[in-house]
Design a protein around this ligand. Structure first.
Ligand SMILES: Nc1ncnc2c1ncn2[C@@H]1O[C@H](COP(=O)(O)OP(=O)(O)OP(=O)(O)O)[C@@H](O)[C@H]1O
Length: 327
């Protein structure tokens, strides 16, 4: 279990982490999502005792990292895959880590095999691709067979095989009952691996919910209909709204269009027929989870004046408003 309570970290005038509170329990993959600069790496570094909090606590198995008796067995981490000695071989690097962490030498061959680097074990790390370095970083994290794993952007630089391998590994580690905490700046990646999602923007907690709930709340279908009889149809749709238990929203779009959320194109078409409204265009739009996430983090950044904003300033405000309601 990883526990973050009222965690704050300031660097001079920059608040990298701002009063964060959440837990990462064992047996599931917890995704840590946020745009660049949102404070993900800083939170992970604080959990791993690589930096001191300005205030609040970051605990691994209920203790601050510095007080863990056997840290290698408690938590393994992949943070910055490039922070390795380029002149050493992969094997020598892992042997040094095993020696330092009190781990049996035999684990080195095992983890090299597990991450697919057995064939290049004696090659210098300096000649490794970014993907190979990521695999080596993951091998180092797995050395002590730790109860918790912290992976900062583990799929960065990996080819498709590597990405699929990391996704499977992360899920397997959680299935073994380990605590798995994985960061990414991509919602699409989180959607594929995470059971639970923690979203941060400008250092603040925005969402802490099961992935399934996030998907249900953020994805929605809008049916757009263009008709010269908009008021007739709108009236009929309002009747349909009171007849259904689903949440239906009708709002005017561009050029006499109506945008209907909560009803399918078939239902809108039937309502138009019943109302005697002429339909010139009728289509369905799926709101993407990625878009809702971008708008959420963008809004968080605007309100806090942080520097983590990304994306398109013309983004649709309706999804951002819906996302804000969720917060
Ligand atoms: N050692 C440091 N000194 C000064 N500022 C820092 C330091 N480390 C992080 N920051 C700042 O804190 C903020 C959060 O950075 P952090 O790296 O934690 O974000 P992140 O979500 O991990 O983003 P990325 O994916 O880009 O690493 C940023 O504004 C960053 O510039």
């Amino acid at each position: 279990m990883l526990t973050v309570r009222h965690l704050t970290k300031r660097y001079g005038g920059t608040t990298a982490v701002d009063d964060l509170t959440f837990e990462v329990p064992p047996g599931r993959v917890t995704g840590f999502l946020g745009p660049n600069g949102a404070g993900k790496s800083t939170t992970m570094r604080l959990l791993l005792g690589l930096d001191r909090p300005t205030s609040g606590t970051a605990l691994v198995g209920g203790r601050p990292y510095a007080e863990i008796p056997e840290p290698t067995r408690a938590v393994g981490a992949l943070l910055d895959a490039s922070a390795v000695h380029p002149g050493r071989s992969a094997r020598a690097h892992l042997l040094a880590l095993a020696r330092g962490g009190g781990v049996a030498r035999t684990r080195v061959a095992e983890v090299l095999e597990e991450v697919g680097l057995a064939d290049v074990a004696r090659k210098r790390i300096g000649g490794f691709s970014l993907g190979m370095r990521q695999r080596l970083g993951i091998a180092a994290a797995l050395l002590g067979e730790p109860a918790a794993l912290v992976f900062d952007e583990p799929v960065n630089g990996l080819d498709m095989d590597g990405v699929l391998w990391v996704r499977r590994l992360v899920r397997d580690l959680a299935a073994e009952g380990r605590t798995v905490f994985v960061s990414s700046h991509l919602m699409s990646e989180m959607q594929l691996v995470a059971d639970h999602l923690v979203v941060v923007g400008a250092g603040r907690l925005l969402v802490d919910e099961p992935m399934a709930d996030v998907i249900a709340a953020w994805s929605h279908t809008t049916t757009t209909v263009r008709t010269p009889d908009a008021s007739l149809l709108a009236e009929r749709l309002n009747e349909a709204r009171s007849a259904t238990r689903r949440r239906v929203e009708v709002e005017p779009g561009r050029g006499g269009e109506l945008r209907v959320r909560g009803l399918t194109p078939e239902e809108v078409g039937d309502a138009a027929h019943a109302a005697g409204a002429r339909v010139h265009t009728l289509y369905r739009e799926e709101a993407s989870l990625e878009q809702a996430y971008l708008e959420l983090t963008e809004t968080a950044t605007e309100f806090t004046g942080g520097a983590a904003g990304t994306g398109d300033a013309g983004a649709r405000p309706d999804a951002a408003a819906a996302a804000k309601e969720k917060v």
